[in-house]
Design a protein around this ligand. Structure first.
Ligand code: FAD
Length: 494
């Protein structure tokens, strides 16, 4: 950052989805000026859509609390909290403090891009230096281009193109020194934002599962590399084994950055052999995250509109009861219900089960993918506009490089394949715990004597299947065929 201003005029460091001190280029830029720094977190209440859901707000509270404690401990700097419309609050803070520069790490959600562009124009016009940095991605969405200079709509060539670019820069350490700004009126209190659930306090499971904040993220990465990376490519599809990193909420809130993960994983795995194969597979999943951001940046309607417009005519059913049963984990298909209960209790669900549960909603129940997207948005601690929208559209078949609609997961076979002893199902559906393995994914087929022995009363303790798999599958395929016919007729008429 050019330092033409007086050495006493402060720099505003605006924290957003980068709630960490290490590998935080905006923080490094602010510190490098040697001027007093105002560390700000601004709860932006302005964007009309996609305000954070309940689980995200819970996470945000704890993450801000951790960041604030670390800033104080390492530098004696307080985190200033302000709430309201960023387009008003930030310029007002500049005026109030006489700040001559503002620095932040970029966000890529459409509303954030619009807001930040407007703010940058406004501040620059007032003679304020604005610097923006990349803390969230390995490769900027505009940096990865097809041979004709366009953007990618298919993952594999996208990731291949990324791998031909210069590798991501090495992560940077937290600055040694940061000077606070003395003349600052006290900000708001985190407790007053009431981000945590009160009545009812549903967050007990979240508290038991997660440690939000930079230290929690570093521990997750360390434990994953030490305990699970060596089995990742073979084990990542097994919800009964804890072989994925669970870094997603930490990544979403920027408590850890992808460059840090990239470097740590590569160093641990080396260049060849089995370890390198697992590392490659893991980094390719980070690549899916990059791809989602690439898609959202170039197609900002991704969270709201079908990427493939032929899906606009899909005959969805609109049934609040079916949706509610799915949300509550009451579909009668154990692998789906276990996933939905895991989500409700911990704010997270294993990726394979996300795919099965999502597919069940859009194909077996034929509810619009946007209902599922909205529910995940509210309940996931890793709710992420790019990843959530891209994944829902992938499952629905309406997305870029999506799973074909006609490939319909059989929830019984998926359960038997990926949770063969039913350990995952038993964990989240204790009412089924005593069923033998043979019936754990299809309790309605168990003979009465087996049910009696397992202490299970169907319909009372656990529901009968909400829909019959074969019937639902045929209905979904018929709906899809209707879409294709309509398409052909429209093409014929044109
Ligand atoms: P790991 O297997 O350890 O992967 C490491 C990281 O790579 C993840 O933390 C994540 O950042 C990224 N990643 C992995 N798989 C994917 C993927 N398929 N797409 C994009 N990034 C990926 N992920 C979110 O972060 N937020 C969401 O809101 C979200 N919604 C989803 C909705 C549906 C219907 C589906 C099918 C998937 C969704 N995912 C979402 C993707 C994926 O399920 C999670 O990223 C993953 O389960 C997180 O667990 P992990 O950190 O242990 O993953």
């Amino acid at each position: 950052m050019a330092d033409s201003a007086s050495s006493s005029s402060p720099v505003i460091l605006w924290f957003r989805q980068d709630l960490r001190l290490n590998d935080n280029p905006a923080l490094a830029a602010a510190a490098a000026t040697g001027r007093p720094v105002i560390a700000l977190y601004l709860l932006d209440t302005a964007p009309p859509a996609w305000q954070m859901g309940g689980a995200s707000l819970w996470w945000l509270h704890h993450s801000l609390s951790a960041l604030s404690a670390e800033l104080k401990r390492l530098y004696g700097v307080s985190l200033l909290l302000r709430r309201g419309d960023a387009r008003e609050i930030l310029p007002a803070l500049v005026r109030e403090t006489g700040a001559s520069a503002v620095v932040w790490n970029r966000c890529y959600e459409p509303a954030a891009v619009a807001r930040d562009t407007a703010l940058k124009t406004m501040l620059t016009a007032d003679g304020i230096a604005v610097e923006t940095c990349n803390a969230a991605l390995l490769f900027e969405p505009w940096q990865v281009k097809t041979q004709s200079g366009g953007w990618f709509k298919v993952y594999s060539p996208f990731w291949r193109a990324c791998r031909t670019l210069p590798p991501p820069a090495a992560p940077i350490r937290a600055p040694q020194k940061l000077y606070g700004f003395a003349g600052l009126a006290p900000g708001e209190r985190l407790e007053d934002w009431r981000l945590l659930p009160h009545k009812p306090d549903w967050a007990g499971g979240l508290r038991a599962t997660w440690q939000p904040g930079e230290a929690g993220a570093a521990k997750r990465l360390h434990d994953f590399i030490a305990q699970a990376l060596h089995g990742y490519s073979d084990g990542r599809d097994r919800p009964d084994h804890a072989l994925t990193s669970r870094l997603s909420p930490h990544l979403h809130f920027g408590e850890i950055g992808p460059r840090q993960i990239w470097q740590a994983v590569q160093m641990a795995a080396g260049q060849s052999g089995a370890a390198a194969r697992h590392a490659d597979k893991f980094l390719s999943e980070i690549g899916w995250r990059e791809f989602s951001y690439h898609l959202l940046f170039h197609f900002p309607d991704l969270p709201e509109r079908n990427f493939r417009t032929d899906f606009d005519a899909f005959p969805w059913q609109d049934d609040a009861t079916l949706l509610r049963r799915w949300q509550r984990g009451q579909t009668g298909y154990p692998i789906v219900d276990a996933g939905m209960r895991e989500l409700w209790l911990t704010g997270w669900m294993h990726n394979r089960v996300r795919m099965i549960a999502a597919s069940f909603l859009v194909k077996h129940l034929r509810q619009h993918w946007r209902h599922g997207e909205a529910w995940f948005w509210d309940t996931l601690v890793d709710a992420d506009l790019a990843n959530n929208a891209a994944s829902w559209q992938w499952v629905a078949g309406s997305g870029a490089d999506a799973a074909p609609y006609f490939r319909i997961f059989n929830p019984i076979l998926q359960g038997e394949k990926f949770d063969p002893q039913g350990a995952y199902v038993r964990r989240w559906l204790p009412e089924l715990a005593r069923l033998p393995d043979k019936y754990i994914h299809k309790p309605w087929l168990a003979p009465a004597s087996v049910l009696r022995e397992a202490g299970l009363r169907l319909e009372q303790d656990y529901p009968q299947p909400l829909v019959d798999h074969d019937t639902a599958r045929k209905a979904a395929l018929a709906a899809f065929a209707q879409l294709r016919n309509d398409d052909r007729q429209t093409a014929g008429a044109a």
